[in-house]
Design a protein around this ligand. Structure first.
Ligand SMILES: [Mg+2]
Length: 196
């Protein structure tokens, strides 16, 4: 039997990555949380000076602050994913969390613990950056480069709205969801009608 497969990104889509990272960055620079904007143009506005410093903070966040187990879920994500799964949709987690070198073991362990802790169902989990190498009937993602690459390879993509992707326009293959209620509607529409 053919199942509809939903490829689901984690950070910024199911897990409140930026909310938690903001708190850790405030701690790193010994600044009060209010000084760091909730919706920055990009995270350099939080005082992070380039890729190298970002990677140091990211490494600290995962190894010392257990970032991937302490994040809150995005509101609605766990319950909507449970509902979609109960209705026969296969959840395939597709995450680029191994982007940071030398912390693969804690990244993977924290990720699966977190998914269990919040009761998030999944059939498969893929840790990779080249998401278009994965098959799915629809993806949910928040990163512009990933969204564009997936759409270019002919995949349907739901943009999960946050400050990183405000410039992404809708198209035949791209739709936008500001919350998980809307994402659910779009997934069900695509499954039932094979188009948007
Ligand atoms: Mg993401």
């Amino acid at each position: 039997m053919d199942h509809f497969v939903l490829g689901v990104d984690l950070d910024g889509v199911v897990a409140d990555f930026y909310g938690q990272l903001r708190e850790i960055v405030a701690e790193w620079f010994d600044r009060s949380l209010d000084e760091l904007p909730v919706d920055p143009k990009d995270i350099s506005e939080w005082g992070i000076d380039g890729q190298e410093e970002y990677e140091r903070i990211h490494h600290f966040a995962v190894t010392e602050r257990k970032l991937f187990t302490t994040m809150k879920p995005i509101p609605g994500a766990p319950s909507v994913l449970r509902r979609l799964s109960d209705n026969g949709i296969r959840i395939r987690i597709v995450t680029h969390r191994l982007v940071t070198k030398r912390i693969h073991q804690p990244s993977i362990i924290q990720t699966v613990k977190w998914l269990d802790h919040y009761g998030i169902p999944y059939w498969d989990i893929c840790f990779l950056g080249e998401k278009s190498a994965v098959d799915a009937d629809c993806f949910v993602d928040d990163t512009p480069e990933q969204i564009n690459r997936l759409a270019k390879s002919g995949r349907h993509v739901i943009v999960y709205t946050n400050f990183t992707n405000s410039k992404i326009e809708e198209s035949d293959l791209i739709r936008r969801a500001d919350d998980w209620g809307k994402a659910k509607e779009l997934v069900e529409q695509l499954r039932d009608r094979h188009s948007w």
